[in-house]
Design a protein around this ligand. Sequence first.
Ligand code: PDD
Length: 287
Amino acid sequence: MIPDVDNDSIVYLNGEYVRLGDAHISVLDRGFIFGDGIYEVVPAYRGKPFRMEGHVSRLLRSLDTIGLETGWSRDQWERLILDMLARESRGRDVMLYLQVTRGVAKRDHPFPAGVRPTIFCMVAPFARVGEVRETGLRTISLADIRWHRCDIKSVSLLGNVLAKQAAVEAGVDDVIQFRDGLLSEASSANVWVVRQGMLLAPVRDHHILEGIRYGLLEELAQARGIPFESRPISRDEVAGADELMLTSATKEIVPILSHDGRPVGTGQPGPVYRALRAAYDEAIAAL
Ligand code: PDD
């Protein structure tokens, strides 16, 4: 039994629907041994997936980038997601977690031949962000020590775990990571900067995971007439930002109101955040 989870919920594992408490994989799974796999987190509201096509595109891209062949089509991934939501969401707001590893094989670094990938999917209830919409998050700066392929949604998340733990130990909510003096991202979210009315985000390269909310925010900003630019952002620009915010599947969009112990802008949620937050809520309501 795993504490704090619903062991009776039904999960998908390698072609079968089983109780979470009965779902087992081998200790030789390459996900366990090497962190050799990728994952997705898809939010669903009232049981309906939000931006599923984008998540499946990123899943296919991650699989392709690490040379993990499943033989599954886009359609099959979408059917798995919809099927899991139909079975387990019960019309609630949930997050769907999907993981694919290179399967079970003798411990040896090269890709194994003829091995079936491990495919796992579960759904867990998720509470939408509440008062933090107004109270905001506190962050600190941190050196980004992760590898150079942060664009792959890899299950090898040690760097992200250490970053988040650094925030916990500093008594704040998250970190803002910098590599060579330039903004990358938070421990598990993208970071947005507002300066003089302009919404800025780091370039979509291999130093960040391009969130599904990256493209979404671009669209929402355009619809609301907020100018947007994707470009390298320095540490000084973050320190002097009018607004800072972060986005992820589970956090949606939240303001950062204190960074490195100083208030961000006025220390209150700013106008660009408010406009994007309202647009995000509208997109969910329209599902
Ligand atoms: N994390 N950057 C990193 C390192 C992330 O782990 C995430 C998401 C994002 C935002 O991506 P998206 O908008 O697609 O959620 C950016 C998920 C939620 C997680 O690991 O739980």
